[in-house]
Design a protein around this ligand. Structure first.
Ligand SMILES: Cc1ncc(COP(=O)(O)O)c(C=O)c1O
Length: 411
């Protein structure tokens, strides 16, 4: 038997034993042919945003990292809850524009990511978004394109800091990196931005993702504020904004404990209270993806076959890694571990048997849960895989083996 991750505390069983989503028993919003599907429980997102607002000092804004889940209803709901969106491509800019056609022009949009091509820069200039420039070359292209179209570019410099997010699964600082400009070269680039007449919006430091350690996140934020002050001193100009990055993690696996967001907020308050005078007027931003939407999502997939091979029981389901790559362990994990899973109509029932859940793709990689203990599930029953709200469908190879699409529903 192998362990699985913790089911997010937001989910309950209906009186009939069904998994409840958005206050409804699972069977009341779906029909017999409706899998595979992602169901997103919006009350979970609301709760996370409220928790953030209560925990963080008031001068900290919250941006949503669209890459975590760019589905239209998520963007529409999120626009009501957060202070801005962080984009990673002009495709995401287009999705935001389509989801929110009467989008207020001044809703902050920022665009980080290496390899922004000219068309993307043009599209962003047109919408007056803030570019987090990742290199001197990118800045020069942006200035040229801005000059050509008569638009003043809004520029924040993304810094490759001399530190990373300790213990993070995805460290993005303290090393040679395609992301951002090495910190010692940043003052010159800021000066160039200002001299060229661009609108310098400030600094962006993204040192890593997926941390469950309040200490590590707080250390990173403290170091980021100190670095921003150092750069501001060097250029002699106060940055209007400093984006502190994110890094708030989701407990996916056995033994994971939720990030203590209240402790992060208390430490950040101390850091900001003690910030150098150079940053007194600066606005601070935290940008989050998975912590906001990861736990709201449940991937629902139906058992199409049940078989025993050499003593091992397999449940073969109608979904797979083409929708939910991360649960198969192939989205950046070093060691494959089990996401939290349940049998949807017997939620919270005692486990009865050890099963291995595999998707319908013809590859041994399509392993969704390995040797987990669950209540018995038969052909036709639905398996729920949790923590599917971020980097689920959007981070999966949907075209692989030409299997069908998954539905998405907001509940
Ligand atoms: C620049 C940037 N912002 C935000 C995120 C969102 O990270 P997460 O979903 O872990 O909060 C990432 C993730 O890679 C990123 O690279």
């Amino acid at each position: 038997m192998k362990a699985m991750g913790p089911i997010p505390p937001d989910f309950r069983a209906s009186p009939g034993g069904w998994l409840e989503l958005g206050g409804l028993a699972f069977d009341s919003f779906t029909d017999g042919r409706s899998t595979p599907a992602f169901a997103y429980d919006w009350s979970v997102v609301r709760r996370r945003v409220e928790q953030f607002r209560v925990a963080m000092p008031p001068q900290v804004s919250l941006h949503y990292a669209v890459k975590a889940n760019p589905w239209t209803p998520i963007l529409q709901g999120m626009a009501e809850l957060v202070d801005g969106f962080d984009l990673a491509s002009s495709g995401e800019l287009q999705r935001v524009g389509e989801a929110l056609p009467d989008f207020r022009r001044h809703f902050p949009l920022s665009f980080a990511g290496p390899g922004k091509h000219d068309e993307e820069l043009r599209a962003g200039l047109e919408r007056q978004i803030t570019f987090q420039v990742e290199s001197a070359g990118e800045l020069e292209r942006l200035l040229r394109l801005g000059g050509g179209s008569g638009v003043t570019p809004r520029v924040a410099v993304r810094v490759n800091p001399p530190f990373g997010l300790k213990g993070s699964g995805m460290k993005m600082g303290g090393l040679a990196s395609p992301f951002g400009v090495d910190h010692d070269e940043v003052p010159a680039l800021v000066q160039r931005t200002v001299d060229a007449g661009a609108d310098w919006r400030g600094l962006h430091v993204y040192a890593g993702s997926q941390s469950l350690s309040a200490e590590a996140v707080s250390d990173m934020q403290r170091a980021t504020v100190a670095l921003a002050a150092e750069i501001a001193e060097a250029v002699g100009i106060t940055p209007p904004e400093v984006n502190l990055g994110g890094g708030f993690g989701t407990p996916y696996f056995a033994g994971d404990q939720p990030l203590d967001v209240e402790a992060v907020g208390a430490a950040l308050k101390d850091t900001l209270d003690a910030r150098p005078a150079m940053l007194r007027e600066t606005k601070f931003i935290i940008e989050l993806g998975r912590w906001l939407v990861g736990e709201c999502g449940v991937y629902l997939t139906r058992v199409v076959d049940r078989k025993v091979s050499r003593g091992k029981t397999f449940l073969v389901v109608d979904g797979g890694l083409h929708h939910m790559l991360a649960a198969s362990g192939n989205f950046g994990q070093l060691l494959r571990r089990n996401y939290p899973v349940a049998v949807a109509h017997r939620f919270g029932a005692e486990p009865e048997e050890e099963v291995t859940i595999v998707g319908c793709l013809c590859t041994p990689l399509d392993l969704l849960a390995d040797e987990v203990m669950l209540p018995c599930a038969e052909v036709g029953d639905v398996i729920a895989i949790f923590c599917a709200g971020a980097y689920g469908l959007t981070a999966s190879p949907q075209a692989f083996l030409s299997q069908g699409a998954a539905r998405e529903v907001l509940v």
